[in-house]
Design a protein around this ligand. Structure first.
Ligand SMILES: [Zn+2]
Ligand SMILES: [Zn+2]
Length: 390
């Protein structure tokens, strides 16, 4: 039998405390678990080795034997001064663990010390201590506030400006009318039907399966006869039309709270809330930033030079904007309080900013070219000279 340094395998010191060993084991078992490393023989071997090391070091008696003899075999007794090493008959002995026999659904074995089967049940749930202890009286349900519900809602740019009232179908739950959310009606104590008495239920997280404390019996495996109306859940499903009022000014990502329209509470506790998560569509020309609106509008050379009045789209229809003579390309104008109402203070409104861009005419005819040459003759000023470039 090859001698292995179990302390080295688990990466702990010789005087490591039990919980230190357990912590290190959990970390390594997770890292090398065959579900995490499918088809990786090296990880599989490492996983077995880590199991073996933990099996010895987590058992006080076995650990003493290992500390004394440098290896472990069942026939060694640390208390016997005459014990002189193994008679190598164990045929595998402690090394004979095979993870393929693991059944994650197996709940903690009752009474067993710190075998890795126990620890496995909480390996992936992040739990720490032992969870299942048989108790004479099953736990009593406690009043519990219902969970919140979040529902996305798409609305148009214009709807986000005006606000919107609509009906939404919400699949929520309500406190059971028969048991008032207790989950039972005080009947006899029975084996928990949810976990079949194991105290643990299976859950799937990604590709991993792991067991978790049964929520219906709090891990005890026993409970009072479940209520026949809610099957012991304390709440019953309900599809409900909920009237939803979306205030003016919401943006993408706004959360609108509708109180007490989440899942039902238990034993008289309040229901959770309903949250509407808004997603606002785009406008063809207008762009929103905060409560302000931005738009770029093209104007002609002569409009910029001579000045004019133009119609500009806003979220409420057209607005007139005065372009003064001598307007430069890129100049910005403000339309006061033509933006979105503030969600925090509905009496306040953002502004709309209009950036004008001078659009050059497409010069096609000889006649236009002649006009432009004449224009240049009348306006000989060189704009580069004006700013000192030339
Ligand atoms: Zn019920
Ligand atoms: Zn249960």
């Amino acid at each position: 039998m090859a001698k292995k340094d179990y302390y080295n395998i688990l990466g702990v010191k010789k005087d490591a405390k039990a919980d230190e060993i357990k912590k290190s084991y959990r970390r390594l078992a997770r890292k090398h678990h065959p579900d995490v490393n499918p088809g990786d023989k090296a990880s599989e071997d490492k996983f077995k080795e880590v199991q073996e090391a933990y099996d010895i070091l987590s058992d006080e008696k076995k650990r003493k034997v290992f500390d004394r003899f440098g290896y472990y075999a069942d026939n060694l007794d640390v208390n016997s001064p005459f014990s002189s090493g193994p008679t190598s008959s164990g045929g595998g002995g402690a090394a004979g663990y095979d993870f393929s026999g693991f059944d994650f659904s197996t709940g903690p074995t009752s009474g067993g010390g710190s075998s890795f089967r126990d620890i496995f049940s909480d390996l992936f749930s992040g739990g720490g201590g032992s969870s299942a202890k048989a108790q004479p009286e099953p736990p009593r349900a406690m009043p519990k506030k219902g969970r919140d519900i979040e529902i996305p809602l798409a609305l148009s740019f214009e709807e986000s400006f005006t606000g919107l009232t609509t009906n939404i179908t919400v699949n929520r739950s309500e406190q059971c009318s028969r048991c008032q959310g207790a989950g039972d009606t005080g009947g006899p104590v029975v084996t928990c039907p949810t976990c079949k008495g194991k105290g643990q239920v299976m859950r799937t997280g990604g590709r991993l399966q792991f067991s978790q404390e049964c929520p219906d019996c709090e891990g005890t495996g026993r409970r009072r006869q479940p209520c026949s109306v809610c099957n012991g859940k304390g709440v019953t499903p309900k599809s409900e039309q909920v009237k939803v009022k979306i205030p003016a000014g919401v943006d993408t990502g706004s959360r609108v709270r509708i109180p007490k329209k989440g899942h039902g509470g238990r034993l008289g506790a309040e229901p959770g809330d309903l949250f509407i998560l808004t997603n606002v569509g785009k406008h063809k020309f207008l762009e929103r930033k905060g409560d302000n609106i931005y738009i770029t509008v093209p104007i002609t050379v002569s409009e910029a030079a001579l000045g004019t009045k133009i119609d500009v789209p806003t979220v409420e229809g057209k607005a007139q904007l005065k372009i003064p003579s001598g307007t430069e390309s890129g100049q910005k104008f403000r339309l006061r309080e033509r933006g979105f109402p503030s969600l925090r203070n509905p009496t306040l409104r953002g502004d709309q900013f209009v950036e004008v861009k001078i659009a050059l005419p497409r010069v096609i005819s000889e006649e236009t070219k002649d006009v432009l040459r004449e224009f240049e003759r009348l306006n000989p000023e060189n704009p580069r000279k004006v700013i000192g470039l030339e």
